[in-house]
Design a protein around this ligand. Structure first.
Ligand SMILES: Cc1cc2nc3c(=O)[nH]c(=O)nc-3n(C[C@H](O)[C@H](O)[C@H](O)COP(=O)(O)O)c2cc1C
Length: 497
């Protein structure tokens, strides 16, 4: 009966729609779905590439192209990732024929348990704090595929901002009825209905009125202030939106099987951050250990670096790294140290981020002056700067400068580097602090780094040391102990970069 009344009301409202119904409501074609590639299944920006540089997702379902441009306006304005909710079995014009009581769309809307399957998925829903959700009104409600979408992810702690398009109906109860599909802990904004052809301005004004801005006040601050370490999760959220572990393994000078074995040992012992470089000649071995680990790829964070002799042909060098590593994508790529064409190489890395080949980019061996000159020439603020840092070379002026830019600092040679480790580990001050905590000198030095907000990547091929280097979270250095180690600074560099 309800359906019959709605039908009568709809008949008038949809007369135009009906006129252009079967002929032009082509919906998603088989050709669309047939062409679905790995890339298409992931989150895309407007140009069809993963941006990976935002905390907002605009997810939309659109069969006849009305909702789509409005979702694109929202994504463009918010600098958000755009994700199309595509039905595994695309809707044909017959499926969308609301005049035929047995049409697929009508049957689905009639059946509250219908959950049309979605093709592909949002790759990393965790990284979004806000999801703008756009859909067409079907018989006064959101299409059932929106229920499938909402039940496929955990939206706890996120804000959902729904909007819809329709021929003439308002948003009605369609947005509120979605609330019960997600578990508690999700904030829902009031939805809004837009007509076909709504301007970009109207969409952006609505979003802005809700306080959904390209960057929230908190994020704006995050752009220019320090990234905080999460000692519970043992990760830090980079300005690129990705999480990186606080401790890892460095692979400098680990070659062939030694490298494969060391990285495999580290992975077995819970290490999830691996640092390599073109110049270490072991990217293939690192990739092998990652692939053979049985650990889901997205749980491992791999950093590699372009060497200055690669800067003149950076695209080729990036592809070479991808080929050697053979792990789908690179989590972090750095420029090894300043050199001719470094801006050109960085710009190629920026493009590779756009292309979804690299997730985050940064620099190594860049200090205050170099950064001041370099940063104005590039678009993406580095997510990481990796420099030599140990108690005898502390960079006490450089570290806060970098951190205040919202960039994470990582230290290489944390234990002093080849030929200097014994002296550093045997240092009286450090040894005494280690004894007081029942820890090793290495652990104290690594912990000192972490408490200064510096990520550590000690290199080792010794399984005991690899293990020892992970046990950094069951003790804390006092302010006094931190001060004592700070006082050991000799401004003594152990390498030339
Ligand atoms: C099965 C079905 C049911 C619909 N029900 C309504 C409705 O109840 N009220 C309305 O105003 N429009 C209704 N429409 C029209 C769509 O909401 C409208 O054309 C929408 O903007 C289409 O969005 P899209 O092009 O992004 O798919 C319906 C369309 C279909 C296919």
């Amino acid at each position: 009966m309800k359906r019959l009344c709605s039908m009568i009301l709809m008949l008038a409202a949809l007369s135009c729609l009906a006129a252009c119904g079967k002929g032009s409501q082509t919906g998603q074609t088989d050709a669309d779905s047939g062409a679905a590639s790995r890339k298409e299944e992931s989150v895309m920006n407007r140009s069809g590439q993963s941006k990976g540089n935002t905390d907002i997702l605009v997810a939309y379902f659109s069969c006849t192209g009305t909702t789509k441009p409005l979702a694109e306006y929202a994504a463009e304005y918010l600098n958000a990732d755009l994700y199309e909710i595509k039905a595994e079995t695309p809707y044909t014009s017959e499926d969308l024929d609301y005049n035929a009581s047995g049409s697929r769309a009508n049957k689905e809307q009639d059946d509250s348990s219908a959950r049309p399957a979605i093709s592909g998925k949002v790759e990393d829903m965790d990284k979004y704090h806000t999801v703008v959700l756009a859909y067409p009104i079907w018989w006064g409600q959101a299409p059932r595929i929106i229920s499938t979408f909402l039940e496929s992810y955990d939206f706890k702690g996120k804000t959902i901002v729904p909007f819809c398009t329709s021929h003439s109906s308002g948003i009605g109860s369609s947005d509120k009825n979605l609330h019960s599909l997600v578990d508690g802990g999700t904030e829902w904004k009031d939805g809004k209905r837009f007509a076909a052809g709504t301007s970009e301005k109207e969409i952006t004004e609505w979003l802005s009125g809700l306080g959904i801005e390209p960057f929230t006040a908190e994020e704006k601050e995050g752009e220019t202030s320090r990234r905080s370490f999460d000692f519970e999760k043992k990760t830090v959220k980079l300005n690129s939106g990705y999480e990186m572990p606080l401790n890892g393994i460095g692979t400098y000078s680990l070659e062939d099987d030694t490298c494969v074995n060391s990285v495999s040992e580290a992975l077995k012992r819970g290490v999830r951050l691996i640092d390599t470089a073109y110049m270490y000649h072991n990217e293939a071995e690192v990739g092998e250990a990652v692939r053979n680990s049985g650990i889901p790829r997205e749980e491992i964070f791999v950093t590699t670096k372009l060497y200055p002799n690669q800067f003149s042909e950076p695209e080729k060098a990036i592809d070479e790294a991808l080929n050697k590593l053979d792990i789908e994508y690179i989590d972090m790529m750095l420029l090894h140290h300043p050199g001719t064409d470094d801006v050109k190489a960085y710009k190629a890395m920026e493009q590779a981020v756009e292309d979804g080949k690299i997730r985050s980019i940064g620099l190594s061996n860049w200090y205050v002056e170099e950064l001041e000159e370099f940063l104005p020439q590039v678009s993406i603020t580095p997510a990481l700067v990796q420099n030599e840092i140990h108690p005898y070379y502390q960079e006490n002026e450089v570290i806060p400068y970098i951190q205040d830019l919202g960039i994470v600092v990582q230290g290489w040679y944390p234990l002093g580097g080849r030929g200097h480790t014994a002296e550093l580990l045997g240092d009286e001050t450090i040894s005494a602090i280690a004894k007081a905590h029942g820890k090793s000198s290495a652990q104290v030095i690594l912990r000192w780094n972490l408490q200064k907000g510096v990520v550590v990547i000690p290199g080792s091929s010794n399984p005991d040391h690899i293990q020892e280097n992970t046990e950094l979270y069951d003790f804390e250095l006092t302010d006094e102990e931190m001060e004592k180690i700070n006082a050991l600074d000799r401004n003594e560099k152990h390498d030339w970069y």
